[in-house]
Write a protein of this length. Sequence first.
Lengths: 233, 505, 326
Amino acid sequence: MVLKINNVHIAQGGFRLTASLPPLEAGIYAVMGPSGAGKSSLLAALAGFLALQDGQILWKGRDIAALPPAQRPMAMLFQDNNLFPHLSAARNIALALTRRAKLTADQTDQVNAALGRVGLAGFGTKKPPQLSGGEQSRVALARVMLQDKPILLVDEPFSALGPALKAEMLDLLGELARERGSLVMMVTHDPADALRIAEKTIVVAEGTAHPPEQTKGLLQNPPPALAAYLGTD
Amino acid sequence: MAPRAVQIIAGAALAAFVIAPLSAVWAKAGPAVRFGPAEWAALRFTLLQAALSAALSVLLAIPLARALARSRFWGRDVTIMLLGAPFILPVIVAVLGLIAIFGQNGLLNDGLRALGFEPLSIYGLQGVLLAHVFFNLPLATRMILLGWMSLPSERIRLGQSLGLGAMARFYLIEWPMIRRILPSAFAVIFVICLSSFAVALTLGGGPKATTIELAIYQAFRFEFDFATAALLGLVQLFLSVSAAGVALWLAGHDRLGIGLDRPAPAARRPLSERCIDAGVILGAMLFLILPLALLFIKGAAGVPDLGAPVWFAALRSLALALGATLLCLCFALPLATRWGELIATLGIAVSPLVLGTGLFLIVRPYVNPFDVALGVTLCVNALMSLPFALRILRPEVQAVEQNFSHLSAALGLGAWGWFRWVMLPRLRRPLGFAAGLTAALSMGDLGVIALFGDAEWATLPLKIYQLMGSYRMDQAAAAAVLLLALSLGLFWLFDRVGRYGAQDQ
Amino acid sequence: MKNLTFAAGLLTASAALADTPVLTVYAPDYFASEWGPGPSIEAAFEASCDCDLQFKTGDVLGRIILEGTRTDADAVIGLNTDITKKARETGLFAPHGQDVAKLTLPLDWTDEVFLPFNYSHTAFIYNTESLPNAPQSFDELLAADDSLSLVIQDPRSSISGLALVLWVKSVYGDRAESVWEQLAPKILTVTKGWSESYGLFTDGEADMVLSYTTSPAYHIVAEGDLTKKAAIFPEGHYFMVELAAKIAGTDNPELADAFLAFILTDTFQNLIPTGNWSLPAALPVPEWPEAFQELPLPEKVLFYSEDEAADLRAETIEEWRRALSK
């Protein structure tokens, strides 16, 4: 159950990024670095929205770099547009399971259980515009939960929430990840987020993704590029 | 996004449906092609009137769209719908309506005479422009209004908080939006006016107002000169596609949505501004709705006495309109791209006479054209509405793709799931609008049925012409009222269905 | 089960129809619509022929030319002298074989291919109430005040418009172009076809409209309106005749012949006046409906043979266009 990112090269416009990381095991990894360094691009490449120039993404020894997004072992929480605003919360979640209009009894149970797990039991018929920002994030979490992928890619989905609500959502994310033994890669610009749930952090700076290090140690003693970004020197 | 293969097939089918008939006419042509001084004069006049008509329509549409976008009043939705009515009327009906106002003995000249002024003549270039603006101002207004609705309210609020004056607000906020819409609005109307014929002639006052379309008609009907007809058809096509191409290029990648038609932020507006807006709207209503109202008054009483043939023709036209709408939308969805929009321009770029004759030549070896007249009419009607449907749908399709394609790919929705769960529900509103427009346009179009239709299968517009052709002008006026009511009814119904349930988005 | 019986009934009905020979006749739209003479002619002919007469509408000659020898038509009706030359050159039409002695036209008809079934003349129609002093001759029309307004049809898109330019040519010869220049200020507008012009006239938009000498008959008979009159000019009026013909390659030569013979019968001819609002081509005046007998008709009838008309066409249209474009 390891993810290997071998000699991956990404190019988009004028920007380039190289990533070669040691095997990643289950756990939560924060991805941090200056704006424009390519944190989101790295996630997009892993998820399959951005083609690689070179390199391999190995999952259980198999290269998945050529697979379409839905066939990769990854679910993703985007910065925005995580939900279809015209569909009910339950339907949004159910799309992780089926395209059919009629859910089986089993699927209905799964959707309800997921809603319950994120604390939204009984909210199934509401549509996203009727939900608060925090509730929308919870529905999105329930959706990725039912997608049931071993890897979860998270691209700052909670950045628009207030501090308390964000902390709550991060905790929920952490809980779910540990419960299911997932591998989470989470882009964030806030060291507090990383400290809160990520044991290790991958720094993306100056065109390179650096191997993960202990978050605490890293933040106490940041390398120059990260230090400039954090404003600690 | 629709699978690439579907897009290519739809685009190729569309192009073939236009190019094959043109080639068929060309193949039938003799070697001699006539392009003398009369044809050059027709070409010059065609370009002149089309350019002026498009420019005037678009320029007048700006203040009207602006007034409609900013004003809230009771009956606003109905007003906007009625303001769209001239666009979907059959030409001859609309012309008679205009003459009731602007003609020698129309309301306007009666008024002028009563006040002791010289009467004005509608006949001449001014009449052609008046009629073309009457037809196309609604279209231009609708297109620009959509742009206004898509202005983010944040930007409007920003303008308000900066205390921008009317001029600054126009230059900084509204003009950048207008500039992106103007080229395509201009191009669409320019292309429509290129193939104008009966309007240009009737109101143009004589042969000075000869258009290319008349030259095509003459070549076909009297001289059986297929070479000249095909050449002129090609010239027309070339002009249209060039205009559309230039417009698409000028407009760049417009990201305009159809907007939710949400009331713009209702800051208290100065009284002067509200008075100007009210004046503009009232003026437009007088210009666009009064001629129709007069037609209505003239013909409404005769509607109950219309015979069974007219009612059956109305039913056939309804069925035809619904079929054309379905077909049009089936093509519009996969073609909602820049390229698709350019190809779709072909639909209004080619002369209906050339298209009809070419199709006749193509189907003739295999089936009796009489047997497929309704089917062919349906296809042609769908084709001619496609550019308008695409103009409405494309920005929305692009917005949906931009916002939801990653989420859909991550979920692995697939082509069908994407269509069923994302596209269809997201596009409900523009689809309703596009369907309403297509249905109403098909309803009012005389179309190729007149070329090889059968009396037994006549549509309502054809019945109106038949009634006029046998001296029954009063019954024709009544049938025109029926047509007007059905067209508007279809438009209202589809638009309504599209809005219903889309409210909570 | 009910549906099945119904379907079976339909099948037998169409099978029965299939046994009846079908005579296909191409006709203009106005002729075959329910407001034209077509339906009653169809019923009358079917009563005598034990066949199914089907009118197919549209641009008659245009379609025949497109279809060539593979045309489904057995006969055509509603051609006009202005296009008979073109029609003859296709070689697709056969001699009609009818005895033209029965014809009651104001001029001799010797054509062996095209058979007249009704006629009229070009004329300007006016309303006696709004124009009490209408011009009584072409010269008076030219001399009339420019405030007199005319609507005419375009000779490039309309048969009656073409007849008008030939009318002017036959009255004024080489002076035609200057006559058009004199008329130009009076011409309110030019329309694509007859219907648009006539609609403008009945809406009161113009004082006079280019139409036919028989037009007032519609208003008299159908509306009891005696105010619409044709101005009859002593210089003469241009003759407009409508024709029928048999297709040479028809599968039903006997039926086609029977149809052409039927055209000259009193039954057919009696359906023409109030059906097509035109004068019957083979019916003595005393047998016309009263309103038609009383119609003022021109003493002098002008007419170009098809060869003359074909030679003059381009020239007269160009004269017209030049004069009206100034």
